[in-house]
Structures are given as C-alpha cells and as structure tokens.
Design a protein around this ligand. Structure first.
Ligand code: NAD
Length: 452
C-alpha cells in the first residue's frame, strides 16, 4: 500500500486516483477547483465517464479515496505525487504549461520525506527537467527533511473507456534520470501486468506525442481517402475494411468521418508541430494532418449546402454533440465548428446529445435550440445531421423521424447507417466517402467476402 496524491481531478486525475485506490492504495485527489472538490466530497461526479461513479463511491466508502483543495493536507508524507493537470493549447499552438508549473511550485513547498513526482499530463519534451528545476528551487523551506525524484508517466486512456484503459494498458511508459524511482513506479503498476518501457524523461514524453500523432494521422489519412472515394465513386468503409485485414496496417483508426476532436489529438498534434518548428524542423506531415482535419468539417458543411441548395433559413437538426460517444467532453468537438458554420450561413439549428448538453450550452453559439430527444430535433427539420455515433442513435424509429421532418434528408457524419437501408426507408442520404452510386456494388462485394 502506498500513499498517493493526485494533483488535478479531471478526466485523467480522477480515473488515475480512483483506480489506484481500487488497487489498495491510500489516495487523495487534489484540485484547485473548489466546486469540483465539493461535488466529489458530496459523492457527485463532475464528469461523465462510464463505470467511474461506482468505483469512486466504493473506494470513498472503504476509506481509501479522499478529496481536498489543500496541498498541506495532501502532500506531506506522500510516496507518490501525480501531476494530472491540464496542458491546454497556448495562443501560438504550444502546450501551455502554467498549470503544471503552478502544481510543481505548490508541491515543492509542502513535500516531506521522499516523494516521487510523476508527470501524467501530456507535456512538451523537456518538461520533466523543468518540473525538477521548479521543485528544486521551491524546496528552500523544507530541504532538510524532503527529497524528490521526477518520473514521466504519460497516460494513454481514452475518454469513454477510461477505467478499462487505465486498468488494462497496452503498455506503461516511464521516463526518469533516477532508475530506482522509475522502478518504484513500475512496481506500483505491477498488478496490471502490462509491458513496461523504462527510458529517459525526454523519450517518455516523446512516446506520448508520437502515439497521438500517428493516430491522428491515420484519421486524416482515411478522411483524405474518403474525399477521393466520394469523387471517384468508391466506398471508403469497404476500402478501410480491405486495408485493415492486412496485418501490417490493421483496422484501427480508419473510420472516415468529420475529423478528430477532443482534449488530446488537436492540441497534441499542434504542440508537436510547434515544438518541431521552434527547433527548425519542418513538420510537414503534421501540418497536413491538421489541415485535412479542418477540411473534413468544411467538406461536410459543403455537402449539406449542396444537398439542400442553401442552408439559409433552413431548419437543421443535429444528433450528437460530444467529440465521440460515451463522453460529455466537448473540447474541439467537430460539432462546434459545423454548427457555428451553419448558423453563420443563416441556418436554424436544433440539437440533442444524450450527455453533453450541459457542456455544449457553454460552447455553442447563441440561437441554438436544445431539445430533449432525437425526435424533437427532427420535428419540422429540413435535414438531420448525425455528428456523434451514440448507441441511442442506432435504434432510432426512422418511420417516425421521416413523418416528423419537413423533408427526409439525413447527413451522416460518422457513416453510422447503411446507405441502402436509408434509401429503402425513403431518406435522401449522404455520408462520408460512400457515394450512393457505389453502395450497391460495395454491399455485394462485401457479402461475397463474408460468404467465403
Ligand atoms: P482536465 O481539464 O479534465 O482536468 C485538469 C484538472 O486539473 C482540472 O480539474 C483543474 O482544476 C486541475 N488543476 C489545474 N491546475 C491545478 C493545480 N495547480 N493544482 C491542482 N489542480 C489543478 O484535464 P484532463 O483531460 O484530465 O487532462 C489532464 C492531462 O492529461 C492533460 O495534459 C491531457 O493532455 C492529458 N491526457 C488527457 C487524456 C484525456 O482523454 N482527457 C488522455 C491522456 C492524457
């Protein structure tokens, strides 16, 4: 059993702290957001993450998990202090380190005994050294009875399956100049039985950026292929399936759509490109990845305009706002750009998302109408857009939707529905990289593959 403090109780910090408590450790979650901590202390979760609420409750009841806003309460005597604060995008595209720096300063003032400071936030290469310098300088009052080591331990969990991902990691990455400290962190995770890479600080930090960059690259790659498929009459979903069986390629992250979003890929690709530019490297692939990602959203808006003639004064319903299903996270969600563009062009927009409405209200432009279900969104609409592929939208009663709409136009930004089915149901239907012409051919081609 170790004494652990997790600084930052957002998506990463709360999941990390809770899972470590569930593994038998004594954990205290610390945040400067007093409202967030008050809600956690009252047993209420400030974020939506499947399975997390029960886990928090169980560990709080067992006395292994607590929450505080006080560094003085949380840090002294901790064996491990995780930094899991935000690293948002700065104005120039670099990662803004102000929260990491502040957390390191606050830790320095109050540590007691030997504390291993573990950086879980996604941070630019060299931040481990920066944190070590800040803590070292800030320790003046307590240097006689405190010491520390810094370990970089990037996190790879995905929102929506964060608890599972944390407890079933593909790998654990640890970077440090202090091998004994890295070994102790490896021990903390030993029950997870994951391959563990122990390396230097900078390499560990780079593994995180390079991992996110390749995933974003695959998404932009398939979106570029989708655009070409649209123009040439091929079906990108079958193309991706055909590519994915190749073991050298694999099927992951090859779903065409309206581009990546969320709290990680957009800012991390940008921060990596920015890092490269500041050292006179030319990150041409990363720049193209970001361009294609914006194009994916713009192309979708163009497709809607082409379909409807014009969107001015048209009533458009939106199903799904979160950047992906099973999360309420709206950071960099494609829905924000698409809805903003439609409103600017004079459309009237109604929206519904199963869990992200509260977050969305703060971010969407004025004039958007918020509805309680997919049917209210469809009522009197000239078109419905599917922007997040929540399970709830797979089970929609399309007969009812069609009756409610002004005209049955469906633009599917996630290739959730089968074009042939939608056509049979009497919808005018467009998706991404699956031109109507190609559908009949691709369906028969795919069934042939399946029957062998
Ligand atoms: P978040 O915004 O949800 O949470 C960050 C929390 O840190 C907030 O609650 C904030 O109040 C708190 N905080 C800020 N400054 C503080 C301070 N000085 N002391 C104490 N608390 C402080 O962020 P997140 O999504 O959990 O991401 C955290 C880090 O993990 C980022 O670097 C992110 O890139 C990385 N990451 C995120 C994910 C993800 O899916 N969200 C996955 C992997 C890595």
């Amino acid at each position: 059993m170790s004494k652990i403090c997790v600084v930052g109780t957002g998506y990463v910090g709360l999941v990390t702290g809770t899972c470590l408590a569930d593994m038998g450790n004594e954990v205290i979650g610390l945040d400067i957001d007093a409202d967030k901590i008050a809600r956690l202390q009252a047993g209420e979760l400030p974020i939506y993450e499947p399975g997390l609420e029960e886990l928090v409750k169980r560990n709080v009841e067992a006395g292994r998990l607590k929450f505080t806003t006080s560094y003085e309460e949380a840090l002294p005597g901790a064996d491990f202090a995780f930094i899991a604060v935000g690293t948002p995008q700065g104005e120039d595209g670099s990662a803004d380190l102000k929260y990491v720096e502040k957390a390191a300063q606050s830790i320095a003032h109050v540590i007691k005994g030997h504390t291993i400071i573990i950086n879980k936030s996604t941070v630019p290469i060299g931040t481990g050294d920066l944190v070590a310098g800040i803590v070292d300088r800030g320790m003046n009052g307590n240097r006689d009875y405190a010491s520390f080591a810094v370990v970089s331990n990037p996190e790879f969990l995905r929102e929506g399956s964060a608890v599972y991902d944390f407890t079933h990691p593909d790998r654990i990455v640890l970077g440090s100049t202090d091998r004994a400290a890295a070994d102790r962190v490896a021990e903390l995770y030993s029950a997870l039985k994951a391959p563990t890479i122990i390396t230097d600080l900078r390499t560990a930090e780079m593994i995180k950026y390079a991992s996110n960059a390749i995933l974003a690259t695959r998404i932009s790659f398939v979106n570029e292929i989708a655009q070409i498929c649209d123009a040439l009459g091929a079906d990108v979903s079958v193309v991706a399936e055909g590519m994915g069986y190749d073991k050298r390629i694999g099927p992951q992250f090859l779903s065409a759509g309206i581009g990546y979003g969320g709290s990680c890929f957009p800012k991390d690709v940008k921060a990596l490109a920015h890092m490269a530019e500041t050292i006179n490297c030319h990150p041409q692939l990363l720049l193209a990845v970001m361009d294609i990602n914006q194009d994916a959203r713009r192309n979708f808006v163009r497709k809607i305009e082409r379909g409807l003639g014009s969107v001015t004064n048209r009533k458009i319903g939106v199903w799904g706002l979160a950047f992906k299903p099973n999360t309420d996270d709206m950071r960099e969600a494609p829905s924000l750009d698409i809805i903003t563009a439609l409103i600017r062009k004079g459309a009237e927009v109604k929206v519904y998302d199963p869990v992200a409405m509260k977050m969305a209200r703060k971010l969407l432009p004025g004039g958007v109408e918020f509805c309680n279900d997919p049917y209210s969104v469809a009522t009197d609409a000239d078109a419905v857009l599917l922007l997040t592929e929540w399970n709830e939208f797979k089970q929609v009663d399309f007969g009812r939707v069609k009756q409610l709409m002004n005209q049955p136009w469906l633009f599917d930004g996630r290739n959730l529905y089968n074009p042939a089915d939608m056509e049979k149901l009497g919808f005018k239907y467009e998706s991404v990289g699956r031109p109507v012409l190609a559908n009949e051919k691709s369906v028969s081609r795919r069934s042939k593959v399946e029957s062998h």
